[in-house]
Design a binder for this molecule. Structure first.
Ligand code: FAD
Length: 458
């Protein structure tokens, strides 16, 4: 390789899922002709996760048919079923669990997240206690639902928990949802929409218990799950329990690497270049997808952690571009976070960062109609919008966010000719009071919310 020829050399990608695949494809599309190795600890070629909580649970698809289509052959050496155990930044090598090490000129870390397990390992090991993240998880849960259990208990009413509950009801199964916060989705969407979510759960026959914690899981002599104890003293008898307590970033393998890897992800700059633990930017280690944590100018340069399909794709492409182009040609990852969910017959779409808000306003439609667009504002600027069965308007709101438009938004957004309703507090709770986190989270500081108290000199 000619020194400085970024289109050649050795690139290693760790993480063979959505981000890893899209980055590998984009590297070739960007003209990378060197050697490309993709390491993944799952035994499968990259597959798609969103159908696992939707079509797969409804029996409309099987978990083994969720393979991600390839845009092109990335001509990569796929090292599947092998875990990376470390990175030597100085020697520029990725260490593998089988003892081998892979040399690289540039490295992309795309190790995503895993399901947060039930905190008590013994209870979590009961037969019938499941999580949902992998293809195997999806297949097992689908099989359990197909066996018509008497009742399913879902712990946590974030997006995944709510979609599972919705699928259960669609299959005619009894389901109890236990949520520590005041309502489903409250951590992601704030107070107003979470009230609509609670109505949807109950109208569809979900036994929704909010403001409660599950304190213990019980099993029979054979080690099969039989039910759970709740903090309000009640007990739920069920044969299947799905623990939907959010995700954990796969960063432990980088503990000794010297990279800025922590529970919120791996910090990188807007060009996807990883930071070291001293906050110094690297130039040969890149990060993208769910495991990354990156600053965004539209959200006060706060570090964002996302668990969004669209972000994984767009960030993978930016990372790939920047890995094979010199500094002045590099691009920032400035995409506006976008997320969708289907549950209880509703199509929910989110753009921006709803938790980065102090007020919300219903700009179109109404809660009663269950068809609406809610706009979120922070200190007089539009920062997010969520539509319920009104996805057509989303681009308009994306434009308002991109242009830092004043909040509340001007009238005439779409089908509503009058000014929006009166803004009300967005009512985003403290995440520590929830059993799940939002799928888009600010992980830095808000300038007006001081987190450090400086003691006056004595
Ligand atoms: C059930 C479910 C439903 C979802 N629904 C939606 C939705 O409706 N809308 C939406 O926007 N998003 C949704 N998502 C989120 C979306 O799937 C993720 O944003 C996306 O998968 C992120 O891709 P990723 O490649 O960054 O990470 P991941 O998909 O987590 O992939 C990371 C890969 O790296 C592997 N890995 C980890 N550590 C190592 C290691 N040390 N060595 C080698 N390999 C390693 C992991 O096993 C995994 O294969 C959903 C996710 C789930 C689980």
């Amino acid at each position: 390789m000619v020194p400085g020829d970024l289109k050649d050399g050795r690139i290693v990608i760790v993480g063979a899922s959505l981000t890893g695949l899209r980055a590998a494809e984009a590297l070739r599309e960007e003209g990378f002709t060197g050697s490309l190795t993709v390491v993944g600890d799952e035994p499968h070629p990259p597959y798609d996760r969103p159908p696992l909580s939707k079509q797969v649970l409804l029996g409309q698809a099987t978990a083994d048919t969720t393979e991600l289509p390839m845009r092109r052959d990335p001509e990569a050496d796929w090292r599947l079923g092998v875990r990376a155990t470390g990175v030597d930044l100085l020697a520029k090598r990725v260490l593998l669990e089988d003892g081998e090490s892979l040399p690289y000129d540039r490295l992309l870390i795309a190790t995503g997240t895993r399901a947060r397990p039930w905190p008590d390992p013994e209870e979590g090991a009961l037969d019938g206690v499941l999580t949902l993240r992998t293809r195997e998880d999806g297949a097992e849960l689908a099989e359990r639902l197909a066996a018509a259990p008497e009742r399913v208990l879902v712990i946590g009413a974030g997006f995944t928990g709510s979609e599972i509950a919705s699928a259960c009801r669609e299959r005619g199964l009894e389901v109890t949802v236990a949520e520590r916060g005041p309502a489903p989705l409250v951590g992601a969407l704030g107070g107003t929409l979470s009230k609509l979510a609670a109505v949807m759960h109950r109208n569809h026959g979900v036994d929704l218990r909010t403001g409660v914690t599950v304190t213990a899981l019980h099993g029979d002599r054979n080690g099969s799950f039989t039910g759970a104890q709740l903090s309000d003293g009640s007990r739920v008898d069920a044969d299947v329990c799905v623990v939907a307590l959010g995700a954990i970033r796969n960063v432990e393998w980088l503990a000794d690497s010297g990279l800025a890897a922590g529970p919120r992800g791996i910090a990188c700059d807007a060009g996807c270049r990883a930071f070291t633990m001293y906050g110094i930017v690297t130039d040969d280690v890149f990060v993208a997808g769910d495991v990354s944590r990156f600053p965004h100018p539209l959200f006060g340069y706060q570090m964002l952690s996302l668990e969004h399909w669209g972000n994984a794709v767009e960030q993978a492409e930016v990372a790939a571009h920047n890995m094979v182009n010199p500094g002045p040609l590099r691009r920032p990852h400035l995409a506006i976070p976008t997320f969708w969910s289907t549950q209880f017959g509703l199509n929910i779409k989110s753009v921006g960062v709803p938790t980065y808000s102090d007020y919300v306003v219903i700009a179109q439609g109404s809660l009663e109609a269950r068809r609406l667009a809610m706009v979120y504002g922070y200190q007089g600027r539009v920062t997010a919008a969520v539509t319920v069965d009104m996805a057509k308007s989303l681009d308009y709101y994306r434009h308002l966010i991109e242009t830092a438009a004043p909040f509340p938004p001007p009238p005439g957004a779409a089908d509503r000719a009058i000014a929006a309703d009166v803004p009300i507090p967005s009512d985003v709770p403290d995440p520590s009071g929830l059993s799940h986190g939002p799928t888009v989270a600010l992980t830095g500081y808000l300038p007006d919310r001081r987190l450090t108290v400086v003691q006056p000199a004595r």
